[in-house]
Unconditional design. Structure first.
Length: 343
């Protein structure tokens, strides 16, 4: 199943504008240089082009002359910006299990990030590595320090500050002063390393957490996989809810929805037919709704809109918009943006 790596929830830049303003800058101008509109940050669950978000963090540091900009941006918010993913992480049995859950479901927040936990041969430590999945990216010191700082914060918050990284590693050269790194990370990282991430003492982060909650963990994980349909909702409503959630993450088909609803695909088809519906009809409805949301975002190109809707190419999107809205996608976008400007 294809995952769209060039996406991240707008919550990633939740504190960007206040931070820039506190440093004497103009967030609208800096975001525009990164190809983003400041209004697109209003909804934390809205997906933005990840490449542009990464650029915004680098531009902030460069334009303002603040070498610890990425670390300051991380310090400005707690892990709750991860939304329901943070609920799942908090319910884990240990700090290590929480990090493994973050790695497993990071696609909910940022499909363009991979987190990998591995044992280090011959060492009492384990490695948590962060990787950006977008192709052809240069080294991004600010965005990398921002992301790794969040990993450090998750470890400390989960353990009530009893566990922290033994070492922090970056592939890039040192950007700020030793004092700044100690202030933000509580240690001076290793630079020009072979990976971006941290080392954690194995025994310490495997200790059982007192607030571990298996039921909450299972519930939230089901949501993160696709959706947690309301039990009293009709089957049609449950299918639509699942489609609306899952289509924001990756292409979805009958088999995926049937698995979420714990039905055999043929049983799902038959029961929908009994309700006068078909899976393709409901998928088309969910696609139309998502298309309207995506076309209202000027910073998501039409080719990416087509990709997110799982269309073969932009021409298929054009034909679908003619059928749904009676006009091509460019006109739908123009009219949607005009309505937003008038509000």
């Amino acid at each position: 199943m294809t995952v769209h790596h060039n996406l991240v929830r707008a919550a990633a830049l939740e504190s960007y504008s206040p931070l820039v303003q506190s440093l004497g800058g103009d967030p609208h101008s800096l975001l525009a240089k990164a190809g983003l509109d400041a209004s697109s940050l209003d909804d934390p669950d809205r997906y933005l082009p990840y490449r542009n978000v990464l650029q915004a963090i680098e531009i902030g540091a460069m334009e303002l002359g603040v070498p610890d900009f990425g670390l300051r941006l991380s310090d400005a918010k707690d892990p709750s910006f991860l939304g329901v993913l943070w609920l799942a992480i908090q319910s884990a049995r240990s700090v290590r299990d929480g990090m493994l859950m973050a790695a497993r479901h990071m696609h909910y927040h940022a499909p363009g990030i991979a987190i990998e936990v591995r044992e280090v041969h011959g060492s009492s430590h384990e490695q948590v590595e962060l990787r950006f999945l977008l192709p052809d990216l240069p080294l991004l010191p600010q965005a990398t320090e921002h992301a790794v700082s969040h990993i450090c914060k998750v470890v400390r918050v989960l353990s009530d500050a009893e566990v922290g990284p033994a070492e922090v590693h970056f592939r890039h050269t040192q950007a700020g002063s030793n004092r700044q790194y100690r202030e933000h990370l509580r240690l001076v990282p290793c630079f020009r390393s072979t990976f971006d991430g941290i080392l954690v003492e194995s025994v310490a982060w495997r200790r059982r957490l007192p607030r571990q909650n298996d039921q909450l963990q299972a519930f939230v994980e089901r949501y993160l996989v696709a959706a947690a349909p309301r039990a009293k909702a009709s089957l049609t409503e449950q299918v639509l809810q699942t489609l609306r959630t899952q289509m924001r993450l990756a292409p979805v088909n009958l088999v995926v929805v049937a698995r979420v609803l714990r039905l055999h695909p043929r049983t799902l088809q038959r029961r929908l037919q009994e309700d006068g519906q078909t899976f393709e009809m409901l998928k088309d409805t969910a696609r139309r709704e998502l298309a309207g949301q995506l076309l209202a975002q000027a910073d998501i190109g039409l080719s990416l809109v087509a990709q997110l809707l799982d269309f073969a190419d932009q021409s298929v999107l054009t034909r679908a918009c003619q059928r749904w809205f009676g006009k091509p996608p460019s006109v739908v976008r123009r009219e949607s943006l005009a309505r937003s400007a008038d509000r």
